[in-house]
Every structure is written in C-alpha cells, then in structure tokens.
Design a protein around this ligand. Sequence first.
Ligand SMILES: CC(C)(COP(=O)(O)OP(=O)(O)OC[C@H]1O[C@@H](n2cnc3c(N)ncnc32)[C@H](O)[C@@H]1OP(=O)(O)O)[C@@H](O)C(=O)NCCC(=O)NCCS
Length: 143
Amino acid sequence: MDVKIRTFEEPDRAAVVQIWHDCGLVYPQNDPDRDIDRKIADGVELFLVALVDDRITGSAMGGYEGHRAWVNYLAVAPQWQGMGIARALMNELEQRCHRIGCPKINLQIRMTNTHVMEFYRRIGFVEDEVRCMGKRLVDDAAQ
Ligand SMILES: CC(C)(COP(=O)(O)OP(=O)(O)OC[C@H]1O[C@@H](n2cnc3c(N)ncnc32)[C@H](O)[C@@H]1OP(=O)(O)O)[C@@H](O)C(=O)NCCC(=O)NCCS
C-alpha cells in the first residue's frame, strides 16, 4: 500500500472532519471547523494528512510553540486502521519537528481512550511523569 503524507490543504477539510467524527475525537466542547480555522491562522506546516490513492485516510495536527511540539487529532479512518498509516503520519511529523529544531513531542490522551497508549509505545513514546492541566478560554459549543 502506497501512503502519501502531505501538508493539509483546504479541500481536505470535509474529509478530515468526517474522520475525526468517525474516530470519536469530536466532543461537545470541540468545534472541528473552528479548530481547523485556528490552525490555518497559526500555520499548517505541521498539520498533516495521509492519502491512499488520493483519498484522505488520516490526519495529525501538530504544532510547535518554541519548546515542545504537540500533536492533536491523530486519527485514521476506521477502515484504514492497522495498516501503518498513523505510524507514517507520526514519522513525518517527527521529521518535520526535528528539521525545525524541536527537541520533543508531547501529546495528551483522554482518560476514556487510554487503550491507544500501546500504539504510542510502539512508535517510541514513553509515559511522562506529569499531570496535565488545562483552562478553557472559550466555549466553542456556545458560539
Ligand atoms: C490510534 C490510531 C491513530 C492508530 O492508527 P493506525 O493507523 O491503526 O496505527 P498503525 O497501523 O500505524 O499502528 C502502528 C503500530 O501500533 C499498533 N497499534 C495501533 N493501534 C493500536 C492499539 N489500539 N492498541 C495496540 N496497538 C496498536 C499496530 O499494531 C502497529 O504495531 P507494529 O507496527 O509494531 O506491528 C487509530 O487507531 C485511531 O485513529 N484511533 C481513533 C482516534 C484516536 O484515538 N486517536 C488518538 C488520540 S490520542
């Protein structure tokens, strides 16, 4: 299978959002279109999509804030899972991060989704001794 990884482009939007829904990544507090709009405003260099025969099959939304890179919305369409597509997405993200001088990638896993930890271990991630906290500044669902 020939998997191509490239930077997100606007025509990919509907397929990417559909994959996020199909993968259960869209929660009531998320507005995926607004998340994509914000990402486009910030820069899409680390926002990747996977294609098989020109069909969008997965995504990884990375970002670098000058100290750590983060990855959100890593998703592979259910019918394409188990074929190495997420590994290819993360490999490309790691290479792009390395090229811009980023020393480490962090990510968050919802407590309801901890079974994906084995996937991340398989591609070389380890569990950090940290507790994660957050503060929401906007309520997308209400806007
Ligand atoms: C997690 C996810 C992105 C993995 O995508 P994928 O394309 O199926 O993963 P790959 O085929 O590249 O798998 C790479 C390796 O991880 C393993 N792996 C993948 N998912 C796994 C899982 N849930 N549990 C254990 N191992 C897993 C594969 O067997 C493979 O192992 P190997 O190469 O050593 O044989 C995909 O299952 C998904 O989209 N899940 C729903 C969305 C989600 O939870 N995203 C993560 C948010 S934190």
